[in-house]
Design a protein around this ligand. Structure first.
Ligand SMILES: *[C@@H]1O[C@H](CO)[C@@H](O)[C@H](O)[C@H]1NC(C)=O
Ligand SMILES: *[C@@H]1O[C@H](CO)[C@@H](O)[C@H](O)[C@H]1NC(C)=O
Ligand SMILES: *[C@@H]1O[C@H](CO)[C@@H](O)[C@H](O)[C@H]1NC(C)=O
Length: 370
């Protein structure tokens, strides 16, 4: 705080500015300075940086803030000619011990409004209801990934009437409540290990949901069923051993991308998947699937044939008579959806298996008609 005052005085009396910067902040000489209208005077706002672009959009980057005090000082001393900003950013390296930002003060941002906020890699544990409240009408994107967040004010989300994207990846949130938002479309809360799910019925406009690395072993029944715009579900690197009835099911009938890679899935149920688009991609790499028996898998294949994709690379597939129904499908059409990386436990690529082996060994067959 004292340093900042000294720097300001130096600027005022017109003494050479550069040495003052050098002493307080080595390495910043390459920045054009001082920066002024439409931004605050740069020395007042230090170490935050305000920039404007060719579209007259103003942005703030406070990644150089190390402590809570740094942040509140920067905003306390700066005068803002304009109060609306396209973007606010603090991006810290979570492994840098110098970075000790732990708190956001609801008054820090004063009357400033933002469209996009990214705060990541900090030590912040609690997000308070009012932290971004001046941005109720403006905020479209809130990314709070890789902090230490245990408490997030989900009940206040409904107040952000234009919020489309919310990311809380890699925090320590324990419960994902059924909070309300009519605007939210992209939701990501991967990497919150052990998080408990309720459902998504009060966020009806979701298009994409990312919930990887959460240690989910089961999902609530019909979790995605009432999401009429859902297209993408990412459940990779969880601990699921089976895909139960209606796990991946949406009345959107518009599912395009389902990622179940790196789980422990050995079994899927007949009605596990509903609402896939014909060209959808279902990825189940590195799971434990042995048998592609017809009762369980035909409903999934029926939705994907002939333009969809099923990736079963890295599964110990047996590829005996239990898959003859795939080999004997008309013109072997069912085979067309498998990736060329999908191999049997023997190492053979599924799509290049010779149907004649199945004709000779599996009964009944109708190979004579081919
Ligand atoms: C789905 O998206 C369309 C526009 O693509 C929108 O009109 C509709 O309100 C959205 N939500 C639901 C629940 O269908
Ligand atoms: C396969 O998934 C397991 C978790 O089920 C993970 O530990 C392992 O690293 C993955 N293997 C590969 C090759 O990605
Ligand atoms: C084998 O029989 C099934 C029905 O029994 C039929 O749908 C299919 O087209 C036949 N496959 C071949 C290769 O003729």
């Amino acid at each position: 705080m004292v340093l900042k005052a000294v720097v300001s005085v130096v600027v005022l009396v017109g003494v050479v500015v550069i040495p003052a910067f050098t002493s307080s902040n080595s390495g910043d000489l390459t920045r054009p300075q001082p920066r002024e209208w439409p931004c605050p005077i740069e020395t007042d706002f230090y170490p935050c940086v305000c920039t404007n672009n060719e579209n007259y959009e103003l942005s703030i980057d406070c990644s150089a803030v190390e402590t809570d005090q740094d942040l509140s000082d920067a905003f306390y001393y700066a005068e803002f000619p304009f109060s609306h900003f396209k973007e606010f950013k603090i991006e810290h390296d979570p492994n840098d011990p110098k970075m000790t930002l732990t708190t956001l003060d609801p008054y820090t941002f004063r009357t400033l409004t933002f469209e996009r906020i990214t705060i990541s890699g900090t030590k912040i544990e609690i997000i308070q209801d009012e932290d971004f409240s001046n941005s109720h009408d403006t905020l479209t994107y809130l990314n709070l990934a890789s902090n230490k967040i245990t408490y997030f004010p989900f009940d206040s989300i409904q107040g952000y009437t234009n919020l489309q994207t919310l990311s809380l990846d890699d925090n320590q949130i324990e419960v994902w409540p059924n909070f309300e938002s009519d605007s939210l479309e992209y939701l990501s809360f991967s990497g919150n290990e052990g998080i408990t799910l309720t459902d998504f019925t009060n966020t009806p406009n979701l298009r994409e949901i990312y919930m990887a690395r959460n240690k989910h072993d089961t999902l609530p029944y019909q979790l995605f069923w009432n999401l009429f715009n859902l297209t993408v579900v990412d459940l990779q690197r969880n601990e699921m051993t089976f895909v139960d009835e209606y796990y991946i099911a949406s009345q959107s009938n518009a599912l395009t991308t389902i990622n179940l890679d790196h789980n422990k899935i050995s079994v899927i149920r007949h009605d596990a998947f509903h609402g896939l688009l014909p060209d959808a991609e279902v990825s189940m790499k590195n799971n434990s699937v042995v048998d592609l028996d017809e009762d369980s898998w035909s409903h999934l294949l029926d939705q994907l044939v002939p333009t969809g994709t099923l990736d079963l690379a890295g599964n110990p597939l047996r590829c005996g008579c239990e898959i003859d129904w795939i080999m004997f499908s008309p013109k072997q059409i069912d085979l067309s959806i498998f990736t060329d990386t999908t191999t049997c436990i023997s190492g053979n690529q599924l799509i290049f298996l010779d149907v004649q082996y199945f004709c000779d060994r599996c009964v009944p067959n109708n190979c004579s008609t081919t």
